[in-house]
Design a protein around this ligand. Structure first.
Ligand SMILES: CC(C)(COP(=O)(O)OP(=O)(O)OC[C@H]1O[C@@H](n2cnc3c(N)ncnc32)[C@H](O)[C@@H]1OP(=O)(O)O)[C@@H](O)C(=O)NCCC(=O)NCCS
Length: 344
C-alpha cells in the first residue's frame, strides 16, 4: 500500500507537478476562406455518369461546384484561408500555439499538411498536425481548439478544413464524384470574455466504416491497381444523416442551453440540399434563422464546407456577426460533431 501523506492523495515522496490553467471562455475570433478558382457546372460532369443537370439540381441542390487547377494543392488553399483569418483576427502568426488541419487530401501520407502550413505562414514552432475526420473535421477541430485554450495549452489555435477532393474523384463514378469541390476554410480560435463555444457533441459509428470508402488500399494500388478514388453508399449516408444527425443537432442545442429560435444561423455540413432542408424542418427552425446553403455553387468540400458556408453567410448578411450559430459536420467514418458558437 502506498503511504499517502498529502491532503490531495499524492503518494509520499512524489514531487507535486506544476499544472497549467487556461482561459475560462473561448470564441471564434475570425474566419478566412479560399475556393477553387474554376466554377464547374453540372453539364461538364454528366456525360461519364449518365446523369443530367436537372437530376443533380433536384437530388442535391448543386448547380456548380468549385475546383482548383492542376497546379494548386489543398495546402495552397489552406494558406490563403489562413492568411485571411489571421489578418482579420488582428494577431501575429507567432501567437498561434497549435495549427490543426482537417483534410483527407494531403498529397502525402506523412509529413502532415499542418506543419508545412505552419512554416509557410510563420506560425512556427506551433504544434501542428492533421485531423482525419472527413466532413466532421472542422467541428472536431473547434472542439480541440476550445479545450486547448481552456486548459492553457495554447492562447490561439488555427483550425482549418482544407480539401482538394477533385484529386480523389473518379469522373465515371456516379455515387459521389459530382458532389465534390475544392476549398479551404480557416478559423482563429482564441480567449474570450464570454462563452463563445458551447460544449461539443461528437462521436463515431465505425459499423458504417464502409459507407464512404476508397476503392482500394495503398498496398493494392502498389500491386498494380488503379489510383484509389472515393465512393459512397449514398442512400445509407442520406438516411443516417437525416435520422441520426438531427438528434445530434438537438443535443448540441441542449448542451448549449438554448432553443432553436435563439439561433441566428444554422450551418450544417454542405452534403446535400435535401438533407439541409430536412434538418431545418425537423429542428423546427423559424424563418428568422439563416441557413448555410453554400452547396449550390461550391459543392461539398468536406471539412471546408462549414467554415466556407459561414464565411459566405457573414459576408452576405453582416447582421449575423455576434449571433449564435449551430454547426454540425458528419461524414466518412462515420463521424459527427456539432456545437453552438458565437459568430465572429
Ligand atoms: C448521392 C445521392 C445524391 C443520390 O441520391 P438518391 O436520391 O439517394 O439516389 P438513389 O441512389 O436513391 O437513386 C435514385 C435513382 O437515381 C439514379 N441515380 C443515382 N445516381 C445518379 C446520378 N449521379 N445521376 C443520375 N441518376 C442517378 C439511380 O440509378 C436511381 O435510379 P432508378 O430509380 O431508376 O433505380 C444521395 O444519396 C446523397 O446525397 N447521399 C448522401 C450524401 C452525403 O451526405 N454524403 C456524405 C459525404 S460527406
Amino acid at each position: 500500500m502506498t503511504d499517502v501523506t498529502s491532503s490531495n492523495g499524492r503518494p509520499a515522496g512524489l514531487p507535486e507537478l506544476a499544472q497549467r490553467t487556461g482561459h475560462q471562455f473561448t470564441r471564434i475570433v475570425a474566419l478566412g476562406a479560399a475556393r477553387g478558382e474554376r466554377s464547374v457546372p453540372n453539364d461538364d460532369l454528366v456525360g461519364p455518369i449518365d446523369s443530367s443537370d436537372e437530376w443533380i439540381r433536384q437530388r442535391t441542390g448543386i448547380v456548380t461546384r468549385v475546383r482548383a487547377g492542376a497546379d494548386v494543392q489543398a495546402v495552397d488553399l489552406a494558406e490563403v484561408a489562413a492568411r485571411e483569418a489571421i489578418a482579420a483576427a488582428g494577431i501575429d502568426a507567432s501567437q498561434i500555439g497549435v495549427v490543426l488541419i482537417s483534410t483527407v487530401t494531403n498529397t502525402v501520407a506523412t509529413p502532415s499538411m499542418a506543419t508545412l502550413l505552419a512554416e509557410r505562414i510563420g506560425a512556427t514552432p506551433a504544434a501542428a498536425y492533421d485531423i482525419s475526420a472527413a466532413c466532421a473535421g472542422y467541428a472536431y477541430g473547434i472542439a480541440q481548439a476550445d479545450s486547448f485554450i481552456k486548459t492553457g495549452i495554447a492562447e490561439y489555435v488555427l483550425v482549418i478544413g482544407a480539401e482538394k477532393l477533385s484529386d480523389i474523384v473518379d469522373p465515371t463514378d456516379r455515387s459521389i464524384s459530382f458532389l465534390l469541390g475544392d476549398g479551404a476554410g480557416a478559423a482563429i480560435v482564441g480567449p474570450s470574455d464570454y462563452p463563445g463555444i458551447a460544449p461539443t457533441i461528437w462521436g463515431s459509428d465505425g459499423s458504417k466504416w464502409d459507407a464512404i470508402w476508397m476503392t482500394r488500399t495503398y498496398p493494392e494500388w502498389r500491386a498494380g491497381g488503379a489510383q484509389p478514388t472515393i465512393r459512397q453508399e449514398g442512400q445509407t449516408v442520406f438516411r443516417w444523416a437525416v435520422w441520426e444527425m438531427v438528434t445530434v443537432a438537438k443535443r448540441a442545442l441542449e448542451a448549449a442551453g438554448i432553443t432553436a429560435d435563439q439561433l441566428a444561423a444554422f450551418i450544417p455540413h454542405q452534403a446535400n440540399m435535401r438533407i439541409i432542408d430536412e434538418f431545418a424542418k425537423q429542428l423546427g427552425l423559424p424563418e428568422s434563422v439563416m441557413i448555410g446553403r453554400d452547396i449550390t455553387t461550391t459543392g461539398n468540400t468536406s471539412a471546408a464546407s462549414i467554415p466556407l458556408a459561414t464565411h459566405r453567410l457573414l459576408a452576405e448578411h453582416p447582421q449575423l456577426h455576434g449571433g449564435l450559430a449551430l454547426q454540425i459536420g458528419f461524414g466518412a467514418g462515420l463521424v459527427f460533431g456539432a456545437q453552438v458558437v458565437v459568430l465572429p
